[in-house]
Design a protein around this ligand. Structure first.
Ligand SMILES: *Cc1c(COP(=O)(O)O)cnc(C)c1O
Length: 456
């Protein structure tokens, strides 16, 4: 165990740029742990917090000495609009995933919008989506004039349930949009089998799932296309940025064209005299975005390995605490991305202490956690969209009657999860096993004192 610790400390110091974030860990690793007082008074009740927020790796990771030269070069070159660096980023990202092509975009939302559009999703189509996702997944469907149809989740993996997908297929269904939510892979084998049998397209929302793997294949490369986000909170952080990957040359040529004002693929971006060959927006990545991406890409594999090691440890450890039910991965998952580490909190095992109070108490110990998503399928913006002028003219008659739509889009498993979920963010999984031990210890401290915390 201790050689594992030092190897990790080494990786962390050299390639992750988190020096100074593991002082407590080294003490624990050598057995010289200071009095951590795991059993002491909870911080929320005036006890000493088990750690401070400085314990965790600061995100985004940025090391001026190694990271700034390429970015400065991009800035000083005066070439800021899409050029060589963007192309290099696309090549490197495609290679890392084992995809034939990659097209970068301004962000993940627009990667989804462009991909859906060029996969032919539009007015009259239904797209099957999970309810447990970031709102961008749903917006990308609505922006294209299609209707999101919600298929409930698997309560253990939190991913879209293939059985529920099959139940939601109608003659209007065009595409299945699985999301590898929290960076844990969806059940792609079964989803692809359904798609094949029912002649449907599959677009993977892999915006949270960089380098996640199912049977050794990267998330985003299994469906007809996959989309990624490089927004700051994501595991590959650029600030804003996104990508579409696919092995389909024709699709990727059309996506390129659509993301560049409908100019034919191959026209140098910036050319003003080209004739458009299709409708298109303009969602090109900038050179300095790509420069940041190229720098961050160097760390992604090492960081992903550490997150997985820590998640395995934490899952086992938390599974032994009553009332804490960690997520599960499907059997064929060979690697997760772990944008988030999630578990279900069962308050009846904690003397009825509410999830909000649990989150408050855990955050007071220096373990900043959150409750995650609220149900998406019932949000009013969907009703407003379906009842809008555009949708009314695209869908004749009663096709989008909201009452019927809502009745058909109930997701009880998702509602239950939204009430119980607790999230730990990916940067905390870049710590040591000793840090994971502190997370578990903090939860145990709350478990033991649940009664008093509840009364406070
Ligand atoms: C972040 C995210 C997006 C959108 O990506 P942006 O880069 O923020 O536009 C889409 N889907 C999911 C699941 C995401 O987490």
């Amino acid at each position: 165990m201790s050689s594992n610790f030092s190897r990790r400390a080494f990786i962390k110091k050299t390639s992750l740029g988190a020096a100074g974030a593991f002082i407590g860990m080294e003490a624990l690793a050598t057995g010289a742990a200071p009095a951590l007082q795991l059993s002491g008074t909870p911080a929320l009740l005036g006890g000493t917090p088990l750690m401070t927020k400085d314990n965790w790796v600061k995100w985004p990771v940025w090391i001026p000495e190694t990271d700034e030269p390429l970015v400065l070069e991009a800035l000083r070159s005066g070439v800021w609009s899409r050029a060589k660096l963007v192309a290099r980023f696309e090549e490197e990202y495609a290679r890392l995933l084992g995809a034939k092509r990659c097209l970068s975009t301004v962000n993940g939302t627009n990667a989804l919008i462009v991909a859906l559009n060029q996969l032919g999703v539009g007015a009259g189509d239904e797209v099957i989506v999970p309810p447990y996702t970031f709102v961008a997944t749903i917006q990308a469907v609505l922006v294209n004039g299609a209707i999101p149809v919600f298929a409930d989740i698997d309560p253990h993996t939190y991913q879209i349930d293939p059985v529920k997908i099959e139940e939601k297929i109608t003659p209007r269904t065009k595409l299945i949009l699985p999301v590898h939510i929290l960076g844990m892979p969806a059940d792609m084998d079964r989803i692809m089998a359904i798609a094949k049998k029912r002649n449907l397209l599959v677009l993977e929302d892999a915006c949270q799932a960089h380098l996640a793997e199912i049977g050794g294949k990267k998330a985003g490369t299994i469906g007809h296309a996959g989309c990624f986000s490089f927004q700051t909170s994501k595991n590959l952080a650029i600030g804003e940025g996104g990508a579409i990957v696919s092995d389909d040359d024709d699709l990727m040529d059309r996506c390129f064209s659509y993301h560049n004002l409908g100019f034919p693929y191959g026209v140098a971006p910036g050319a003003v005299a080209s004739g458009s060959v299709r409708i298109g927006g303009k969602t090109r990545m900038a050179e300095y975005q790509a420069a940041i991406g190229l720098v961050q890409l160097k760390r992604l594999e090492a960081q992903t390995r550490i997150r997985n090691e820590n998640a395995v440890y934490l899952r086992k450890r938390l599974g032994n605490i009553p009332g804490i039910v960690p997520h599960r991965l499907y059997d064929n998952v060979t690697q997760a991305a772990y944008l988030l580490f999630a578990f279900r909190y069962q308050q009846d095992q904690f003397k009825g202490l509410s999830r909000d109070a649990f989150i408050k108490a855990l955050s007071a110990e220096g373990v900043p956690v959150s409750s995650g998503y609220t149900p998406l399928n019932t949000q009013p913006f969907i009703r407003d969209a379906l009842e809008s002028k555009n949708f009314r003219s695209m869908y004749a008659g009663n096709l989008v009657a909201y009452k019927t739509y809502m009745a058909q889009n109930q997701c009880p498993q998702n509602e239950a999860l939204c009430k119980e979920a607790v999230w730990i963010t990916q940067n905390m999984l870049l710590g040591s096993a000793a840090d994971m031990e502190l997370i578990a210890g903090a939860i145990e401290r709350i478990y033991k004192n649940a009664d008093q915390i509840k009364k406070a």
